[in-house]
Design a protein around this ligand. Structure first.
Ligand code: SAM
Length: 232
């Protein structure tokens, strides 16, 4: 269970109404039951239920059962698309172990308002589902051009370019260091964006195979490729 509180031996953690409903209403846990907690910073902790109510509860931290497991330094930059598909991208990025998730507004992005808090909640749920101890931060949406203006060139960009469809992936395991994967919107990248990105020494344009994938599929495929070639 994810909690937004410091975790330490003897620490009492108050549960929200939703958490109490899930633990005591759905899972039927009672006082004295053991549960696992994480907060994205302090690893995984064993805790016991001290108070179980309908609208809240308290659990007491006992001992750390696993240290914080940091993911590799991989960011996912993606152009937001329809709400359900954007949610899917964030969920899968958190499951795959992205360290940071950044919605980028590109020339052809036509998504409505991007709700950072909603996407962050999806990242938390995904980390809970797959037993992670780390929760990736979802950044505020930012214009791709502004992001490139202040980009630290030590971080390589895996630029997934639909114009390379059908070519070999072009991803080689040779380049270590922090990486960011960049996925475009439904309409792909504009020629101006493609020209700028291909002109950057630290950006590597790659193909994701013989077909043009939907943006959400492309994000998962790219993270898998990266993990295979460069991840740990
Ligand atoms: N129109 C479809 C949709 O509605 O989702 C296709 C979108 S595709 C243009 C979205 C993004 O996925 C691209 O900008 C690119 O980043 C990535 N992508 C999809 N297929 C790709 C491929 N074969 N090679 C490289 N990148 C690809």
């Amino acid at each position: 269970l994810y909690v937004d509180a410091d975790l330490d031996a003897g620490q009492a953690v108050a549960l929200s109404r939703d958490q109490a409903h899930y633990l005591f209403g759905v899972m039927r846990l009672q006082t004295g039951a053991a549960i696992s907690l994480f907060n994205g910073r302090d690893g995984e902790w064993r805790a016991v239920v001290a108070e179980a109510g309908k609208r809240g509860g308290v659990v007491l931290c006992e001992a750390q059962t696993a240290p914080l497991r940091m993911p590799p330094d991989l960011w996912l930059l993606f152009a937001p698309i329809k709400k359900a598909r954007t949610d899917f991208i964030v969920e899968k990025a958190a499951e795959m172990g992205a360290a940071r998730i950044v919605p980028v507004l590109t020339d052809f992005t036509n998504a409505e308002r991007v709700r950072r808090d909603r996407l962050q909640a999806h990242a938390v749920e995904a980390a809970e589902q797959c037993g992670g101890t780390f929760v990736p931060e979802v950044a505020d949406a930012v214009k791709l051009s502004a992001l490139m203006d202040r980009w630290d060139s030590a971080r390589h960009i895996l630029f997934c370019d639909e114009a390379k469809v059908g070519e070999a992936s072009g991803l080689h395991a040779a380049t270590p260091g922090p990486w960011a994967i960049l996925i475009g919107p439904e309409g792909g990248f504009s020629e101006a964006e493609r020209a700028r990105l291909t002109g950057l020494d630290h950006a590597h344009a790659i193909s994701l195979g013989p077909r043009i994938l939907r943006a959400d599929t492309a994000a998962v495929a790219a993270m898998t490729l990266w993990q295979q070639a460069l991840g740990d």
